[in-house]
Design a protein around this ligand. Sequence first.
Ligand code: ADP
Ligand code: TYD
Length: 221
Amino acid sequence: MTSKETADLPGLFLTFEGIDGSGKSTQCKLLAEALRFAGKEVVLTREPGGSPGAEEIRRIVLEGDPDKWSAETEILLFTAARRDHLERTILPALKAGKVVICDRFADSTRMYQGLSRGDLRQTVDQLHDLMIQREPDLTLLIDMDPETGLSRAKGRQGREERFEDFGLGLQQQMRAGFLSLAQEFNKRFRVIDGTQPIDKVAAKVLAVAQDELSIRSGEPQ
Ligand code: ADP
Ligand code: TYD
């Protein structure tokens, strides 16, 4: 799997990023429905997870004590999950010309493991270059204040709370980090205001995705 082979595939690879509780999962589902309604073949997937092997890794990384692993060990685990997800789910769908919508991807590792416990961004990027290579065609950053995000996320009440248990300080750092990542990769990032009602955010998300699809198909906008 060379970077050339993974870059020139006919499908479209869209990712959603943002802090916990910003509305990514909600918006991924709504966008998948809207694009299917418009006649596109869509694969809706998520990270960590998205393939049977990666879902197994998800179970161990998202549950339990917040400091059960160092950030370095987590980089390896998230990248292992991503490699399996890419091989088994994402690349086959892109090869078949489908739209892949993924709830979080490598930008989350750049933030959560690369920033939260010391500066490990270079390690994340090195492992990404070695094992993943592929970047999304378009990344939608759902931006919002961390207090609201955390209260929405806590309202869900699940067992996958390891990262939410790092608390508000982590979410604030992640929000600032995602906004600066959006500037660093400004060609593929679009920042969307996540504080609006669900249908307003969904309309904006759909408009951005459709713009990208029409640019790719060479249609006038
Ligand atoms: P994420 O995947 O980013 O963690 P979710 O999509 O799971 O976020 O949303 C977290 C919670 O907030 C859910 O209960 C969801 O229904 C609610 N929610 C999502 N978007 C909005 C919004 N724009 N306004 C109000 N509540 C929202
Ligand atoms: P997710 O299920 O998207 O949580 P949420 O819906 O609350 O946003 O992701 C679970 C957690 O995994 C989230 O707190 C961020 C973390 N995560 C990482 O730390 N590194 C990664 O590479 C990924 C993909 C997620």
